[in-house]
Every structure is written in C-alpha cells, then in structure tokens.
Design a protein around this ligand. Structure first.
Ligand code: ASP
Length: 325
C-alpha cells in the first residue's frame, strides 16, 4: 500500500513537471472523427491553426478517424494517453450518440476532460442538382410523390446529418433510405453526382456548393433565418411548416480523462485565445458559423452544456422512434 502511494506520488511529480513544459516542442494530434474535407474537419483545421500561436508555436496535426458517426474517433481519444498530446474535436454527436447508439464504446460524461465549445453551425437541407424542385413547396410535393424511393445521405448513426435526417423524416412522416458515409465530404460528392437525393449538412460544408450551384438548397434548420448574404433568403424549416423543427450543430474540444489539470488549463486558455483570433472568426463566419463567446468556452460550462444537450435530445430522439445498434 505504502509502495503504491510512493509510486503515485512520483508519477504526480513527473506529470507535474511535464505539465509545466507542455507542449514543449512535441506534436499534438487532433482527432477528427469524420472524413477529411468535411465540416468537422474544416473547423478542426481552422482551430488547429489558431491554436498554434497561443500554444507557443506547437505543431498540431489532424488525424481523421472516421466511422460509426464519430464513435470510433471519440473512443480512440477516450483510450489515448492522458497527456494532452491527443485531443478530440467533435460535434453534437457527443450528445446524441448516448441515445442513438446502444453500445457506445466510451462514456461522454466520464471519459473526457472538456476544453471548451468552439462554435455553433446551422444546417441546410440540400438536394442533388437534378432534383425536380426549386423551393420547399415543390420539394415536399416531390417527396410525397416519391415515397419509398428517396435516398438520404448521412455521416453515420449519431452524426449531425443523421440526427437532422431523422427529425426531417419524422416531421414529414416519410421514411427514406439512409445512405451512410464516413463524413459529409464524401456524401456531398455523391449528392452532386446524383447518387443520393437529399442531405442535411452544416453550412461550413454546404455554402461553397450552394454558391457554385452544385446542389440545390431548400431551407435552414435554425429557428431564425440566417444573416449570411449567401443564405439569408433561405426559409427556415419552421416557416416551411415543420413545427418546432430546429437543430444547430456545435463543436467542442476534448482531452482524455485524467489529463493533468495544468495541461487542460493551458489547452483551455489557448482555446479562448484562438476563439478571439480575427482570422479564425472571419473564416468561420464566412461559412455561416458563429464562434463561441459565452460560458461554454470554460470547461465547466462546456460540460454542463453537453449534459443539457443529452437531456434535450434524448426525449426528442425517442419520440421520433429512432435507435440504432
Ligand atoms: N457534418 C457531418 C455530420 O453529419 C460530419 C462531418 O463530415 O464533418 O455529422
């Protein structure tokens, strides 16, 4: 018993010494649990760049670990060494997976240190360019006429596009065939190519495609219309008659549970500096995202928010009658 105590004490001292030097010239890996080129990846790459300076010029590499709606990447970070060198950038999936997935390979509440919410991002409902509809009324008529034949893309069970698609099917009382991808970057490629019909995805991914008219956009998922010039004329899904429909995607940064407090403080302090970086703000706002600036940028605020989101989405998901293994 005594020996164990001594070892723990030595480990704490060693950990403390490392913590003071962190990151000390070592590369930090930021795991993105979706495919490269998609919206979560976009946020992660912009954030990694903005974090570099406040972390003393540290190099931060992105590791795309896609699959299972973000569960695989999140589980990888939950099991990584708790030293601050492996981080997770994930979205709303942290709060929907506990309800949507039966055997979650990690525990959202207890397997992570929370390092701050980064942004909020609206979604857009988009279609392949050849779909015979040009506004939501025509889209709803097309949906009614094509029941049983509609393919709806998503980024796996528990992903943002999956959640939005489930809510949309439930609100329109239409069952669609889900087509899962490793992220919405490959999903949008197939949408443009006409392999799938519909997709609900963050504006950080859809804005360039909407602008270049490679996809058709019908509505936004927020309760209010957006102010971004490109998207300001899109109606909300509530305006389109889908009562109470609203979903906004947020992203947050996490470290494995047990990461020394001195390290998590350095990381959270760096996040708070990054969130004020004018370049980061400009890039994010240009894609319709709103950079976080409220109590959720603090670890306790972030943790409380995720718990509140789990409590918010659980009954909605259950009422929509959707589960997956
Ligand atoms: N936006 C995707 C989702 O539906 C994930 C991604 O590719 O970033 O969750």
């Amino acid at each position: 018993m005594k020996k164990l105590f001594a070892l723990t004490a030595i480990a704490a001292v060693v950990g403390g010494a490392h913590a003071q030097d962190f990151p000390g010239g070592k590369t930090i890996t930021m795991v993105v649990p979706f495919a490269a080129g998609g919206p979560t990846d976009r946020v992660a790459r912009d954030l990694a760049e903005a974090l570099r300076k406040p972390l003393g010029g540290a190099s931060i590499v992105i590791d795309n670990v896609p699959g299972a709606g973000s569960s695989i990447g999140a589980a990888k970070v939950a099991r990584a060494a708790p030293d601050g060198y492996t981080l997770l950038l994930n979205h709303i999936g942290m709060s929907t997976i506990p309800t949507l997935v039966r055997n979650v390979p990690f525990k959202v509440e207890t397997d992570f240190e929370y390092l701050g919410i980064v942004n909020d991002v609206p979604m857009t409902l988009i279609s392949r360019p050849t779909l015979q509809a040009n506004n939501y009324k025509e889209l709803f008529a097309w949906i009614a006429a094509n029941k049983g034949k509609i393919n709806l893309g998503n980024a796996g069970v528990g992903s943002a596009s999956h959640l939005c698609g489930l809510l949309f099917q439930s609100a329109t009382k239409t069952e669609m065939t889900p087509v899962p991808y490793k992220g919405t970057a490959p999903a949008i490629t197939d949408l443009i190519g006409g392999q799938i019909d519909l997709l609900c995805d963050q504006t950080t991914n859809t804005s360039p495609q909407i602008e270049s008219k490679k996809v058709k956009a019908f509505a936004v998922t927020t309760p209010q219309r957006l102010t971004t010039p490109l998207l300001k004329d899109l109606p909300t899904l509530q305006e389109a008659g889908l009562k109470d429909f609203q979903v906004t995607i947020w992203h947050g940064l996490y470290a494995p549970k047990g990461t020394p407090a001195a390290v998590t403080k350095k990381l959270n302090d760096a996040v708070k500096v990054a969130l004020k970086d004018p370049d980061f703000i400009k890039k994010q706002e240009g894609l319709g995202a709103v950079v976080a600036a409220d109590g959720r940028i603090e670890p306790e605020g972030h943790k409380k928010f995720v718990a509140a989101e789990i409590a918010k989405w659980s009954p909605i998901i259950k009422a929509a009658g959707v589960y997956a293994d």
